[in-house]
Design a binder for this molecule. Structure first.
Ligand code: AKG
Ligand code: FE2
Length: 174
């Protein structure tokens, strides 16, 4: 985390401009701050993929991230997956209905819960975002997502986190 403080060769000038343009134009973040995570994950047996399984980053607020793949990413080496529409309040209501006793503030979801969500909510399906090295994903991680577990190879990516006023304390611990 904070890799941009040490080495800006991770990102090209063009991508930097694109990211900053994205972040500055997202209406929820008039004066945001950012940091960048450089991550490499590999297909170790039992790996959960980037992000450690299905979750949403912040149940109560929008949270914007940019992810740039630094390797080609196919179905088997950890593509980003997202359930479109799941970041909306209306989506939350449907999810809570399907999962019954589900706590609105819960962040983590089992594979079975995700199956039940996509099988029971019209229009909810898992989108798998494969791509080439250099491709950029813009995402509201309030919605349900994960990096898929890797069954082969490795995946490298840089992810930029944005916050409205300050970087939350928990990110200073590591
Ligand atoms: O890197 C990914 O594919 C997703 C990781 C994740 O959960 C996140 O960046 O919020
Ligand atoms: Fe996440």
């Amino acid at each position: 985390m904070g890799v941009e403080r040490y080495n800006d060769l991770f990102i090209t000038e063009k991508q930097k401009i694109f990211i900053s343009d994205f972040n500055n134009n997202v209406k929820y973040f008039p004066d945001n701050v950012h940091f960048t995570l450089a991550g490499e994950i590999s297909s170790d047996p039992g790996n959960l993929g980037s992000g450690g399984g299905w979750h949403r980053d912040s149940p109560y607020t929008n949270q914007f991230k940019t992810i740039i793949y630094l390797t080609d990413v196919g179905e088997n080496n950890g593509p980003f997956q997202y359930i479109r529409g799941s970041h909306k309040k209306s989506g939350y209501k449907l999810i809570n209905k399907v999962l019954k006793e589900y706590d609105y503030g819960e962040n983590r979801f089992s594979d079975d819960e995700i199956l039940s969500i996509v099988n029971n909510i019209d229009g909810f399906k898992i989108s798998t975002i494969t791509g080439k090295a250099g491709d950029l994903i813009l995402v509201n991680t309030r919605g349900l997502h994960r990096g898929a577990p890797l069954t082969e190879g490795t995946r490298k990516a840089v992810t930029t986190y944005s916050f409205r006023n300050k970087i939350p304390n928990k990110f200073y611990k590591t």
